[in-house]
Design a binder for this molecule. Sequence first.
Ligand SMILES: [Zn+2]
Ligand SMILES: [Zn+2]
Length: 306
Amino acid sequence: MHVTFLGTSGAIPTTERNTSAVFLRRAGERFLFDCGEGTQRQMMRYGTGFDVSHVFLTHLHGDHVLGLPGLCQTWDFNERELPLAIHTAPGTKSQVEALIGVIGTRPSYTVAVHEARPGSVVVRGDGYEIRAFETEHRTRSVGYALIEDDRKGRFDREKAEKLGVPVGPKFSQLHRGESVELDDGSVVHPEQVVGPSRPGRRFVYTGDTRPTDTTVEIAQDADLLIHDATFGDDNAERARPTGHSTAAEAATVADRAGARRLALTHVSTRYGGHVAPLEREAREVFDGELYTPDDGDEFDIPFPDE
Ligand SMILES: [Zn+2]
Ligand SMILES: [Zn+2]
């Protein structure tokens, strides 16, 4: 699972930071979370490719969606054939459809807009699901979590050989959870040679939000939590009325959730080139891996047991 930060600025872009967008690649599938103005140029600049199957919008503030009409038009010029699914907060479907159709023409490929009910599975894929969760902003909003299925336990090859299992198809039968009978009539059960199942990875993207219990809940043991950190302590009083979080509040959510890694994003232009105070304030609360990514930064998210 590989993440590219395409836009890390708050409401307004700067020359260094574009507005919100996160690109996620997992086993041949590519997803885009939010699509601020200029996202398509960021995709070119940072070489993500354009092969996106699902776009997940957290809410309809311009800094999260204004890149969508342009990107949809470019896909049209590129003769995209793959259908596109766009997920958006409940009650915003018609606005998203209007946004794509704003120039008066419709893309030639199929675009389906789905409203993502908080708490529901919005995509069920091969080995993972993507869930929407409730966030708290000044408008209808949701966050998204990609949660991988548990993986099979480790196969203890040495032990299997010791028990007399011949190298070959019986190994994979056992790994699949089936018991096997050996030539001498004895039976070997999977639990004798296969370890406990291992958790998959968990990626959580909040979009703009106050710190919430729903984020703490869904970000339990998250391998990467990307959280709104618009303000530092010096502007803490602005966070609540604007529906945002401070870096310390984001860190508190990550700490309560036991997240392994926290990325602070959507930073206000006042910290654009100087994020050290945000990191310092977050560090006081959260002792996992902490990042304040720049545009173009990339992360490989390892499995928890790697
Ligand atoms: Zn925003
Ligand atoms: Zn917003």
